[in-house]
Design a protein around this ligand. Sequence first.
Ligand SMILES: NC(=O)c1ccc[n+]([C@@H]2O[C@H](COP(=O)([O-])OP(=O)(O)OC[C@H]3O[C@@H](n4cnc5c(N)ncnc54)[C@H](OP(=O)(O)O)[C@@H]3O)[C@@H](O)[C@H]2O)c1
Length: 285
Amino acid sequence: MSTVSTVPAIELNDANTIPQLGFGVFQIEPSETARAVATALDVGYRHIDTAQMYGNERGVGEAIRALGLPRGEVFVTSKLNNGFHRPDDARRAFDRTLEALGFDYVDLFLIHWPLPTLYDGDFVSTWHVLEELAAEGRARSIGVSNFQVAHLERLAADCDVVPAVNQVELHPYFANRDVHAYCDAHAIAVEAWAPIAQGKVLDDPVIGEIAQKVGRTPAQVVLRWHLQHGRIVFPKSVTPARVAENYAIFDFALDADAMARIDALDRGEAGRNGPNPDTFDYIPR
Ligand SMILES: NC(=O)c1ccc[n+]([C@@H]2O[C@H](COP(=O)([O-])OP(=O)(O)OC[C@H]3O[C@@H](n4cnc5c(N)ncnc54)[C@H](OP(=O)(O)O)[C@@H]3O)[C@@H](O)[C@H]2O)c1
């Protein structure tokens, strides 16, 4: 079975491609994940973003297999959990990811957080493990998440492979400008997590006004704003109508004025909702 997808593909710096719109499964219960992913695949999504930390990789693999989709038709990302940065732990954890998904490769594997205050500040040896996984073909592309400019500079100084992506918090209230600029300048694709700020930007009057003008919902306007900036997004929803709504963003465009008005909503560091990667040191137990 194959579907015609309207989702553009973004070429990564390793020449692999990634669908610009995907489906995120953070905070979806493991027991609910296969159903939620099946809904997304039915709508047409072909890119799923999971992580060891979410505890729901198994449901992602199950849903893809249940639909009978060839493995190559769905782009799957997972991420290394925070307790496994030491090289041997990282290799074992990666093996468990493949086992849970039931696949022999992932399309993209990320270091979930840099954890600069743990592991003697060493994420470089962790990155070397990801370089090995890429060389083995078991992670088709490799990247990082929540890396600040200083962390990216450190990888650039000490490693051979430039991350294909950096997945960071980014939405109208937090444009994460320095990190975005560094990534743009070094051919690292930007993935925006919490693209609608977990719903917090949807009541914004500026976004509401633009939504009314273009005849779309606030979520569609914000997701469209990301796409027109060239970012990769994967909104999460367990509500089927929203899953479909978030996918219907390829048949309208925002004009330069609307783009600029949303850009102007940036609150800088005050707009960050999630943890600061410079200090975040959470190890799930
Ligand atoms: N790398 C990282 O550290 C990191 C951190 C956070 C997230 N992520 C990734 O990014 C993905 C997306 O981020 P996120 O899940 O935190 O937040 P998000 O996608 O910005 O927002 C999800 C929330 O918005 C609601 N929602 C979704 N579509 C909506 C719509 N059309 N209208 C109104 N409400 C809507 C959802 O509610 P319902 O589900 O109840 O419908 C849910 O409460 C995650 O799933 C995960 O894959 C990565």
